[in-house]
Write a protein that binds this ligand. Structure first.
Ligand code: NAD
Length: 503
């Protein structure tokens, strides 16, 4: 990679180049999926999809326009009544059939995801397995919704709560987990009886299009529609469209703000899952070895391009040096490489040239502010957007690298001396998605969990998720709830029906 930024020692393991990760016939059509079939964009304009591991072009997909989005919304509107009226049992059967179809094609989907994102196969395989389980969970949850008890709350009047679909949900997804983030929306939105128009990230549309291709015979036409293209064009149109009942976006805070602003014009519901900067608070009594081993994964999974990554360590000053040594020991063993370079590759490239340069810019500014890279600290030589797994120490309090989302393989280490200081420093970031606390004192762990301002708090763990439990943020991380039965609540509405039973 040609860059003006520092390159760092360390190597990128390269694939042999003899066997492609996926045969080109397995690519999905590079077109919109509307009303049950693929169709080209109205203008015929296209955009290249790039492999970030070697910077080659994989294929081209349609660059949609507002008119393409409108066609998809029309299809979703036409399908919504029939789909909304299907019995939960039928919807559950459909979701289970989708899960089976994904399972039959799990290897293909994982390879396609790795081709498009450069992520190691172990990460893509985990994404696909979790996607399958998400559909299975939502299939069950669709048949077991709970609500207030029906009953007489006003004299001679019987109250019943109906839980209804919202109608058409517009969805915008990011590039870091293209299939998984799409599924986190599609599964509950369909389970709740809505129809969908989804816009994948312009950088990573392939597994979402493949999903549409693989499940085309399982869903009635118009229930799921995919429009490819740019956020400010397609995403904005979905947020503005009067026939879209909710806009759900996973992405950066700026994109979240943009759709929320536009959605306010039609007073539509907004569901936002935005960025994160998870603090990891380590007390003096913690199992430091366990914390370092956990952060080897939780700080660097998906090359740190992870909204819940444990990237901001606050460690008690008495054990800070020892912890930094243990973390460096752990992180130094991470295998960086192309997805074709073996099943033990753990770290892939940044998603794009622009993001690669952004991460390197963060590293340069961190060093200028006084931080020291005890591991990594820059780009790795050769083609592809690879950044060395990095540990930064001597990070001054308030430095940008501790407050802003870097979204790369970078963990910062800061120290604290007292519990209250740990809480206020952990909570000072504008984000509130996730956090962890490490201590062997159960009371302290519990107390810290209640004081940390984040939608998920782990005690003696980090980045372990369960499809039964909600994933959602506070503050600038947004307020939508993904996963769990709470997602079904978010994607449905309650209606109170009152019967006069006086005779
Ligand atoms: P991004 O905001 O740049 O893009 C996300 C999506 O929004 C893309 O499809 C993009 O085309 C679209 N978009 C961009 N501008 C838009 C606009 N003005 N109107 C409508 N849509 C617009 O984010 P990204 O770089 O793809 O993803 C990384 C971000 O996503 C990080 O901040 C990360 O923390 C966040 N993220 C959050 C979660 C979560 O669960 N909270 C999960 C994954 C990623």
């Amino acid at each position: 990679m040609t860059t003006t930024a520092t390159t760092t020692s360390g190597t990128v393991r390269r694939g042999t180049g003899t066997t492609p990760i996926l045969a080109s016939e397995a690519l999905p059509p590079g077109q919109h999926f509307i009303a049950g079939g693929f169709r080209p964009g109205i203008t015929g304009e296209k955009q290249a999809v790039v492999n970030p591991a070697n910077e080659s072009t994989i294929c081209e997909v349609a660059q949609g326009t507002a008119e393409d989005a409108d066609a998809a919304v029309l299809a979703a509107v036409e399908a919504k009544e029939a789909w909304g009226r299907t019995l939960p049992k039928k919807r559950a059967e459909t979701l289970l059939a989708i899960a089976d179809r994904l399972e039959e094609n799990a290897d293909l989907l994982a390879r396609l995801e790795s081709l498009n994102t450069g992520k190691p196969l172990m990460v893509s395989e985990d994404d696909v397995a979790s996607s399958i389980d998400s559909f299975r969970f939502m299939a069950g949850a669709a048949r077991a919704t709970t609500s207030l008890a029906a009953g007489e709350y006003a004299e001679d009047h019987l109250s019943v709560i109906l839980r209804e679909p919202l109608g058409v949900v517009g969805v915008v997804t990011p590039w870091n987990y293209p299939l998984l983030m799409a599924v986190w929306k599609i599964a509950p939105i369909l389970a709740a009886g809505n129809t969908i128009v989804l816009k994948p990230s312009e950088q990573t549309p392939l597994t979402t299009l493949k999903f549409a291709e693989l499940t085309a015979d399982l869903l009635p036409p118009g229930v799921l529609n995919i429009v490819t293209g740019l956020g400010p064009v397609i995403g904005e149109r979905l947020a503005a469209h009067p026939n879209v009942d909710m806009i759900a976006l996973t992405g950066s805070v700026n994109s979240g703000r943009a759709v929320a602003r536009t959605a306010s014009e039609t007073v539509k519901r907004v569901h936002l899952e935005l960025g994160g900067k998870a603090p990891v608070v380590i007390f003096a009594d913690a199992d430091l070895q366990a914390a370092a081993e956990s952060l080897r994964v939780a700080g660097y999974w998906n090359s740190g391009q992870e909204c819940g990554a444990g990237c901001r360590v606050l460690v008690h000053e008495s054990v800070a040096e020892r912890f930094a040594e243990l973390l460096v020991e752990q992180v130094g063993t991470l295998v960086v490489g192309e997805p074709t370079a073996g099943s033990d590759v753990e770290i892939g490239p940044m998603i794009s040239k622009a993001h690669f340069e952004r991460v390197l810019g963060h590293l340069e500014r961190a060093k200028e502010a006084g931080a020291k890279a005890v591991l990594g600290g820059g780009a790795l030589e050769g083609s592809g957007y690879f950044v060395a797994p990095t540990v930064l120490v001597d990070v001054p309090e308030g430095a940008a690298c501790t407050l802003e989302e870097i979204f790369g393989p970078v963990v910062t280490i800061e120290t604290f001396s007292a519990e209250d200081e740990a809480v206020s420093r952990a909570n000072e970031v504008p984000y509130g998605l996730a956090a962890s606390v490490w201590t062997l004192n159960a009371q302290l762990g519990h107390d810290m969990a209640s004081r940390l301002d984040a939608g998920t708090v782990w005690v003696n763990s980090h980045l372990v998720l369960a499809n039964e439990m909600p994933w959602s943020g506070f503050k600038s991380s947004g307020y939508g709830r993904d996963l769990s039965a709470y997602a079904l609540d978010d994607y449905s509405r309650t209606k109170h029906v009152m019967h006069n039973k006086a005779r």
